[in-house]
Design a protein around this ligand. Structure first.
Ligand code: APR
Length: 228
């Protein structure tokens, strides 16, 4: 029997319990940094060294972090379902938890690319400094999608969501488009779940809301889905 397809749309909240900050919570990254200085193409042109330092710090934190029980539970879901993870996160915690199919909409902090093209990616395990060049001779930059840049994997992600029998949205404030709009690509027959400690107030689409932290709620939801 073809396994039902489950699509997960994850955001910073799923990595919060691994010690990685979210963006828009009260102690979030955008309270500590000016988003326009460190996460936009204009910020890069104005002060590339500041941007490189910002991502060096986040890369160090990712390397120190471990996948948590929510990441690991999503891997378990693959026992009975065809699971695709579409994440807005640039960490590699879904990979390290063992998930097989992962689409990074906003890039990957452990990869770098030339400022000239995103066709070639290079592993980055430590830092990127001004003067570090890609093989094409141009400056290396984090393989991260900045505000104002294209989200190259959106079409692929939409096609995956269209085929979903189950959609699980976890740890995202659904503030940032086009990623946040993915939920509208789901078919009417699909069952939608939301895992988030906040109210969220989504009124235009039905979600079963597992209100709580990812490490409490995702293992619970996965257990229920595996018991079906
Ligand atoms: N478990 C589950 N959800 C949590 C937890 C937790 N332990 N802690 C916080 N959350 C929820 C918050 O309630 C919020 O809804 O995670 C969400 C985090 O929202 P944001 O900080 O806006 O993060 P995200 O939605 O991933 O941001 C999207 O914005 O800055 C850009 O590129 C960046 O990919 C990011 C995008």
């Amino acid at each position: 029997m073809k396994n039902k397809s489950v699509v997960i749309l994850s955001g910073a909240g799923i990595s919060a319990e691994s010690g990685l900050g979210t963006f828009r919570d009260s102690d979030g990254l955008w309270e500590q940094y000016d988003l326009n200085e460190v996460a936009t193409i204009d910020g890069w042109h104005r002060n590339p060294a500041l941007v490189l330092d910002f991502y060096d710090q986040r890369r160090e934190q990712v390397l120190r972090a471990q996948p948590n029980t929510a990441h690991l539970a999503l891997k378990e879901l693959e026992r009975l379902y065809d699971v695709t993870i579409i994440t807005q996160n640039i960490d590699d915690l879904h990979e390290r938890a063992g998930s097989s199919k992962i689409i990074h909409l906003h890039g990957e902090i452990l990869k770098g690319r030339s400022v000239k093209t995103d066709r070639e990616l290079y592993p980055v395990k430590t830092s990127i400094k001004l003067g570090d060049l890609a093989p094409d001779g141009h400056q290396l930059r984090p393989h991260v999608v900045w505000f104002g840049e294209e989200v190259p994997k959106m079409v692929e992600a939409e096609n995956v969501v269209r085929k979903a029998d189950i959609l699980i949205v976890v740890g995202t404030s659904l503030n940032v488009y086009p990623a946040a709009g993915l939920r509208y690509a789901v078919k009417n027959h699909a069952t939608c779940y939301l895992v988030d400690p906040n109210e969220m107030n989504i009124t235009d689409q039905h979600f079963y809301h597992y209100q709580g932290n990812a490490c409490a709620m995702i293992p619970l939801l996965v257990e229920e889905l595996l018991a079906k």
